[in-house]
Design a protein around this ligand. Structure first.
Ligand SMILES: Cc1cc2nc3c(=O)[nH]c(=O)nc-3n(C[C@H](O)[C@H](O)[C@H](O)COP(=O)(O)OP(=O)(O)OC[C@H]3O[C@@H](n4cnc5c(N)ncnc54)[C@H](O)[C@@H]3O)c2cc1C
Length: 416
């Protein structure tokens, strides 16, 4: 196979074969017959997490979206994209608890890396998973549901446990959301009233280039049954925008979901970007670091101190919050989390050189990097930051005794 690229084009997969089985039996045979293999999702990760000698994509399998109204769950194929799933759910009057910034990613790929949106009370996307069906490296099929002793280790599985060919997610009745954007929140206001800012809506995102103010603050508010609150003229001194924004000031807001307080379904407001448009800038390299919420202000201050080093490489940063969960390899495991994201310019060498300096600035905050974005930390550094990592390694070794899913990425960042 010619070298395939990830979505951003900053990584060329080293795999020499890409399998596209059309049936579950073909999938089982491909996996069982490969010495080293990994599942490829929608290729939106920025590092080599999805790479191996051979790759298998599930995009030729029927997504078979099945809604169970009694259980309030949906079951679908692993390669289903959130945007397609959300459309089906919304048409049925149903909803997910949250979405990432983009709807283009596959469900299994997103949950495998603990992909998240924002919201003090909202867990990452993997927390909605209530059951998974996997093909293990022996070609066997296993199904595990929430409550099983291994379940919390299997959901954020980094591709190390097996091929998730179907999974089940919790649902709730559809709801409406409105999105408002505020301009130029003062840093000192954020530092003094951090909790108030992040609890001022269902989902809050701050976009900043580490300049004099926080460029834009995006509030996504769920409309409650007793009606809509009046739109605010300002948020703690930051004025409501009178035009729609893209996170990057230089880009057109037409690729973003509706803002300006216009009420719409959850599926068209929770992601920042529209399914029919290119998300973000399209030419970028992303990194993101998660720390406990109590460190948020100190960590942001530490980053402001190196703003002059960050800005030449930066397109935009985003700050979000995620509720604690119990999934062993989740970046929000055991702690309410704040995430600081960096969309860097697509200069692989310069970004790679800068990452150790960036991570050193955050060293005292026990940060966990996003599994699907670029980072410099190695297994030795990450091990103490994941209390259940030994259990995860034992689980991976038990379910994949021949090490078929062990990849360079996993050796470097987990197994060490
Ligand atoms: C523009 C852009 C915006 C983004 N926004 C966000 C955001 O808002 N929040 C956030 O947290 N992240 C965000 N990300 C990162 C992205 O969500 C993650 O990298 C996610 O893992 C991508 O999913 P994917 O389907 O492309 O997976 P891939 O990158 O293809 O694979 C990721 C991992 O999942 C595994 N995997 C994939 N499918 C399966 C399967 N069926 N069974 C087992 N393992 C599987 C792979 O082996 C690999 O280990 C963004 C990325 C981009 C490009």
């Amino acid at each position: 196979m010619s070298r395939e690229l990830n979505w951003a084009g900053n990584y060329a997969y080293r795999a020499t074969q890409l399998h596209r089985p059309a049936t579950i039996d073909e999938l089982r045979a491909v996996v069982a017959g490969a010495p080293r293999i990994h599942t490829l999702g929608s290729r939106h990760s920025f590092n080599d997490i999805a790479d191996a000698a051979e790759l298998v994509s599930l995009d030729a399998l029927d997504p078979a979206i099945e809604i169970d109204r009694e259980a309030m769950t949906v079951t679908c194929g692993g390669a289903t994209r959130y945007g397609d799933l959300a459309q089906t759910l919304e048409a049925a009057g149903l909803a997910l608890h949250n979405m990432a910034s983009l709807p283009h990613i596959s469900v299994a790929g997103a949950i495998s890396t603990a992909t998240h949106g924002s919201g003090d009370a909202l867990g990452n996307l993997a927390t909605a998973v209530s059951a998974i069906e996997l093909v293990t490296s022996s070609g066997d099929i296993i199904g595990v549901t929430r409550g099983h002793a291994d379940f919390d280790g299997m959901v954020v599985g980094l591709g190390a446990i097996g091929v998730i060919y179907r999974l089940t997610l919790d649902l709730q009745p559809s709801y409406m959301v409105r999105q408002e954007v505020f301009e130029d929140l003062a840093w000192e206001t954020l530092f003094d009233r951090f909790h108030e800012v992040f609890s001022s809506a269902t989902s809050v995102s701050l976009f900043t280039d580490w300049g004099a103010t926080i460029n834009t603050t995006w509030l996504k508010s769920r409309i409650l049954p007793d009606g809509e609150e009046p739109l605010r003229a300002d948020l703690m001194g930051a004025l409501a925008a009178t035009k729609a924004h893209h996170p990057l000031a230089s880009m057109a807001a037409s690729s973003c979901t509706d803002q300006l307080g216009l009420v719409g379904p959850w599926s068209d407001r929770l992601p920042h970007f529209r399914m029919d448009a290119v998300p973000a800038s399209g030419e970028e390299i992303q990194a993101e670091y998660m720390f406990a919420r109590e460190h948020a202000v100190a960590a942001l201050r530490a980053l402001l101190e190196i703003a002059d080093r960050i800005r030449p490489l930066l397109l935009i940063s985003e700050v979000r919050s995620v509720a604690a969960d119990t999934l062993w390899m989740s970046t929000a495991y055991g702690r309410d989390t704040v995430c600081v994201h960096f969309s860097f310019k697509p200069d692989v060498e310069a970004v790679t050189r800068f990452l150790p300096e960036l991570e050193a600035a955050l060293e005292s905050f026990d940060v966990r990097p996003h599994w699907g974005k670029v980072f410099a930390a190695t297994a030795r550094e990450l091990e103490p930051r994941y209390p259940r990592i030994a259990d995860f390694k034992a689980l991976a070794e038990r379910l994949d005794p021949r090490g078929a899913f062990r990849s360079d990425f996993l050796e470097r960042t987990v197994f060490g």
